[in-house]
Design a protein around this ligand. Sequence first.
Ligand code: SF4
Ligand code: SF4
Length: 389
Amino acid sequence: MQVLDALTRTARDLANGNIVPSLAETEVARQMQICNACRYCEGFCAVFPAMTRRLEFGKADIHFLANLCHDCGACLHACQYAPPHEFAINVPRAMARVRVQTYADYAWPSALGKLYQHNGLGISLVLVFFLAFFLFLAVLANGAPWKMSMGADFYDIFPHGILVLLFVPVFLFASLALAIGVRRFLRDITVATSGAPLTRPAAAQAADAVLRLKYLDGGHGAGCHDEDDAHTLARRRFHHCTFYGFLLCFAATSVATIYHYFLGLAAPYDWPSLPKILGVAGGFGLLIGTTGLCWLKLRRHPLHGDQAQKPMDQGFIALLFLVSASGFALWLCRGTQALPMVLCLHLAAVMALFATLPYGKFAHGVFRSAALLRYCVERRQPGRLDHCG
Ligand code: SF4
Ligand code: SF4
């Protein structure tokens, strides 16, 4: 059975012209061979139990394992073979290098996969600046904003129809690109993870792991690592704030859309309407979460993760922060002459966030969820090695 699996994967790789492993993939395979003999870190996360089901590591296995890892650093600080040992085991770094490669390899359209290498803080801020500039030019073309009446609101500046025309195509493209990318990824790792179909218990277990960010507890509940070998739950908590903040903001927009199209209630919505409550709660979550994650990133141990990917992480965090901060500024500026300028900045930040979603750090959440789904399916199957010997 194991041989058949390997042959199937090789045939797929050959058909894709994708047979030669990259340097990053070869390095993960080398480290996994050593870890598989050691197995000290078995209880830390999903990577090690998945590793023990394998003797060899093909491309799809490596892509699967790399996306199960979330760079908590636990196995680095526990490892007796970590640098300066000659084995130079640094699993989080090796996995991070493959992870970003998988986002690019499975990206849709394929040519845009290169954007992962360029997506960073500078690009994000420049994009926001130019979008805000062009939006402000559009406002100017409609008349001097400083002559606007004090009671003016968002839709006096940008009519609802224009906002829909601007945002719906960007949102649909981002959703489609992410969906196709993760489907390509799932197609490959499904073969590598027994090929068994998804079941309800497996889906429920994966959803539980994603929603609780289960593996950010280090496997023992004390948390993961940042600047040293001390455990901390700070990263898990800031991730939770960011994750649920984003979901609440998304829920606020969805409820507002229902209000507008089905209940005939036009924005802006005042306190304590449901869109406002969801938006404010989500905005606070994003502000706290992104500020905390940024602070932790500045203090992280230099051996954690892949330094080359720092700009991509920072770009995503900065855009989320800008979206929430400008959203609150918008609330404070209602009825003032600063409103047009702040609205342009907020819309530009939202648009830049959605335009870069499929080619930036957001992919981590989507690919990781897919990998966890297959992990929960695979662990319900008899191990391939159970038939050996
Ligand atoms: S990371 Fe180090 S300690 Fe952990 S399983 Fe691998 S070799 Fe062993
Ligand atoms: S860094 Fe954390 S998540 Fe990644 S393999 Fe090591 S223990 Fe697992």
